[in-house]
Design a protein around this ligand. Sequence first.
Ligand SMILES: [Zn+2]
Length: 441
Amino acid sequence: MDRYLIGNGIVVTLGEQNQVIHDGAVLVERGAVADVGPTAELVRRHGLPVSLDARGKTVLPGFICAHHHLYSTMARGFAPPGPPAYTFGEILERLWWRLDRALSREDVRASALVPLIDCIKNGTTTILDHHASPACRDGSLDVIAEAVLESGIRASLCYEVSDRNVPGAGVEENDRFLRRLAAAPSPFLHGMVGIHASFTVSDETLAKCRAVAERHGVGCHIHVAEGVEDHQDSLAKYGFRTVERLVKRGIGGERSLFIHCINIDERELELIRESGTTVVHNPESNMNNAVGVSPVLELLGKGVLVGLGTDGMASDMPAQMRCAYLLHRLAKRDPRVAFVEAPTLLLWNNATIANRFFPVRLGVIAKGAAADLAILDYQPPTRLGAENFLGHFIFGMVDAPVDTTIVGGRVLMQNKRLTTLDEEKVAALTRGLAAEMWKRF
Ligand SMILES: [Zn+2]
């Protein structure tokens, strides 16, 4: 379908001037939104019947996840040997750094397909991923890119550089993938320079990462101040806290993503603002690892752009938004906060971030924007308008099943049936591979 009309639904445009159009329609043409407005008006204006009926449903721009780990799939249901990890360092050493080392090329592909399916099922149409698989490093981003293209969503990919196995490992993989994208650009793919975290890279490795990022005109995607290990290491080795070290080494700025930023002090907060660096908040993961609460409200108050991610735990972005909403109200013991901020991270700030990276306009239903849409089974039980949309989003749409997911005009799921990937086959494939991988762990 090159040109079709979605109609009879409630259309929520988001964007700078959010509009809620009851009995609304969206005209999709060559992968983009060609018109938006009342259904009767669009039918008349374009002489087209409604071919995708959204009656009883709400149409939103597809959701964006600003930090994901597609490789984490096979941790599900797995209990690492030994006593439960207590510190954040133990969580990394006993689970994640052993799991990523055990991944084969086939595991990388299968691990990616599972959360890609989850993305489609949850209306998540763009993700910014951070990958690690030391035993299958070179070419791993191509394997993931292939899975992403097969799924039909959009993804920014990078390989997390770390010195923990081999010094500087992964720099070349980022460079290679960025060269590939420069030679054959795709509106569905983007690349960054991934870095694991300050405490697993030397200054020499950071300098190499910076050089690759500058050469390609992209930013770095790095975990920052997630556990106390990060600033303790930075202070001991370099005499600065994490953010100061990274900013001084030129890792930061408008194109870069600092993930988490939990253990940061006032000066680091100021450095993030001054350098124009974006922060990505992952509340579920932070609660799961018991690492603390990121000062998101203070960062927003300073004017820092803060987005929302899942850190690989899930692909359901409205659920992540609600987690942020609840966490910051509880942490501040103040029921006046986070009502605007939590949805803003997801619905507006993630769009700003993605729009810096992708060549198409994302996160809004407007003429010329990409036709990336999530159609939810949501019928408002009370009046719904632009002025009270946030209340409906936080307390209603958050639990509404996603019925249809569209990316670049291509329907990836309709009536809850996937069109590009076979969930049963993928799950069977992954179960078999995971059983083998757990033995190697
Ligand atoms: Zn992460």
